[in-house]
Design a protein around this ligand. Structure first.
Ligand SMILES: Cc1cc2nc3c(=O)[nH]c(=O)nc-3n(C[C@H](O)[C@H](O)[C@H](O)COP(=O)(O)OP(=O)(O)OC[C@H]3O[C@@H](n4cnc5c(N)ncnc54)[C@H](O)[C@@H]3O)c2cc1C
Length: 481
């Protein structure tokens, strides 16, 4: 019987395990063990339930446009557990010049697709709006070299669009510095649109139209009716993202999930791989999937592949912190009439973004309470995420008082620090990954997955886990049909 070892029980490793389980359920003669270094599974996904509040320490949602998470949830029987954002008031605010201002309707990521709301908004100056509209006439970039998000946005839409939208919203998602982050590896859609349509505004409008047409065609061709299920852009599960982790473990009875099983070293043997654990135990595998963060993977592979490990030195990580606060609803000083706000660096605050969690998603706070979640740190404010929890809490409460006028004492305030947890996709990241994958060919039977490579979001990690499982099955001669 062939044996597969997966190192790391975050969502990428778990997705790989579940894909292998499905193959075993079809009759494949395989043994699969997942070794997780910590005492729990899920990695960055960590849901806590406390007094009726559902608190996410790390990610709080995933995007539905990339299908891997929804597909996995369907396979796990979790389709009925999926929830989208509340339909009511999907306003997002930007804190600018000392006040919260609504993002104009029709902004698709950062591209205006409706004229009137864009023309009327006071979020941008007149000269800023004219500069953004110049995107309609600016020629496309010559050559296909990668560039930073800042360089891309400055070139197409100007400095104001960069400072008020791209930096807090787009770089914010990646906790990254817009001057360093790769547009090609983080928002490849923008690069494709420029290539195809030249103008981002024209391209975004064309894509919107195409989506509407294809939705209509789909509806007419398949059923003649409107689809009964539609997903909002951001999705989660009724009891939080941890439901996916629990379901994978429950629905994979043939996979051995071992916690407190930190891998210390990996050695190539004539027939397969020898794995040594920090607790002194050892095991053998015919194929190994390493699903740890790149900073750990580098250490595991260094003795057998120093050249490969060297390439990992070029991938950087930054620290972030999330702070979740619950309040009594009665007498709460803010209407929470939206999904939350982002803060441009120029405003000089500690908070990068604040999600009004109980307004954005159902089931997050018990009746009579509201819940907020603030995001801090990242490449532009890393020193803040490294402060002690008490200082972080004070900084957050001061900011919330100033920005939203909240003076009430929270019923709870939980600070979660993510030390060097957020991988950074800098300019030319994809070249580094291409080199890593090329170099990896020297080690047949060894596969690398997770957020350090070709996608940070949960759907990307699940997709990479699925792909690694398929490649492993093929290597062992047990590929899925
Ligand atoms: C604060 C924060 C907020 C985020 N928000 C979102 C969001 O809202 N939506 C979204 O889509 N994405 C979000 N992300 C990104 C996403 O959560 C991660 O990219 C993804 O969960 C990473 O999954 P992974 O399996 O690659 O790695 P991880 O989750 O890091 O899992 C790696 C696992 O390997 C284990 N491990 C480490 N060393 C060893 C060893 N030596 N031996 C064995 N096991 C080991 C770890 O304990 C861990 O369990 C967020 C990330 C952070 C940090």
């Amino acid at each position: 019987m062939k044996k597969i070892i997966i190192i790391g029980g975050g969502i990428a490793g778990l997705a790989a395990a579940y894909r292998i389980q499905r193959k075993i359920s079809e009759g494949a003669d395989l043994e699969c063990i997942l070794l997780e270094g910590s005492g729990r599974f899920g990695g960055k996904i960590f849901t806590e339930k406390s007094d009726g509040f559902i608190i996410e320490r790390g990610p709080d949602s995933f995007i539905s446009q990339k299908p891997a998470t929804i597909q996995l949830c369907k396979q796990l029987g979790l389709e009925d557990r999926l929830i989208g954002t509340n339909p009511g008031t999907p306003n997002t605010f930007v804190y600018t010049d000392g006040k919260l201002m609504t993002m104009p309707d029709g902004l698709s990521l950062m591209i205006p697709t409706k004229f009137l709301p864009f023309a009327m908004t006071s979020l941008f100056s007149l000269s800023g709006k004219i500069r953004m509209a110049l995107d309609l006439f600016i020629p496309r970039k010559v050559g296909n070299s990668d560039e930073s998000l800042a360089s891309f946005v400055r070139r197409r839409m100007g400095e104001e669009a960069l400072n008020k939208m791209a930096e807090p919203m787009l770089a914010g998602i990646y906790a990254s510095d817009p001057e360093k982050m790769s547009i090609g590896s983080t928002f490849p859609m923008f690069v494709e649109i420029e290539l195809k349509y030249r103008s981002l505004i024209i391209g975004m409008l064309a894509r919107k139209k195409a989506l509407l047409v294809s939705a209509d065609t789909d509806v007419t061709m398949n059923t003649g009716k409107r689809p009964t299920t539609s997903y909002s852009l951001f999705m989660t599960l009724k009891e939080g993202l941890g439901e996916i982790v629990d379901a994978i473990i429950k629905k994979s009875p043939d996979v051995q999930f071992k916690s407190e099983a930190k891998v210390a070293a990996l050695e190539k043997q004539n027939h397969g791989w020898h794995i040594s654990l920090a607790n002194g135990s050892e095991c053998h595998a015919d194929a190994v999937i390493i699903a740890t963060p790149g900073s750990i993977t580098k250490k595991i592979i260094k003795p057998i592949a120093p050249e490969l490990a060297e390439l990992f030195e070029r991938i950087h990580y930054v620290s972030t912190a999330t702070v979740t606060l619950g309040y009594k609803k009665e007498g709460f000083s803010h209407p929470l009439d939206g999904f939350g706000f982002v803060v441009p660096k120029a405003e000089g605050k500690s908070i990068l973004a604040c999600t009004w969690t109980s307004s954005k998603y159902p089931h997050r706070a018990p009746d009579g309470y509201v819940m907020l979640r603030c995001y801090l740190g990242g490449a532009l404010h890393e020193e803040i995420a490294e402060k002690d929890a008490e200082t972080i809490q004070t900084l957050v409460r001061n900011d919330l008082k100033e920005i939203m006028g909240i003076k009430e004492t929270p019923v709870f305030c939980r600070v979660f620090k993510n030390h060097k947890a957020n991988v950074q996709y800098h300019v030319n990241h994809s070249e580094i990954i291409d080199s890593i994958m090329e170099n990896l060919k020297k080690f047949p039977g060894l596969f690398l997955v997770g957020s350090s490579y070709r996608g940070i979001g949960i759907p990307d990690c699940i997709h990479s886990g699925n792909q690694a499982a398929e490649a492993t099955l093929e290597f062992l001669g047990a590929k899925s049909e």
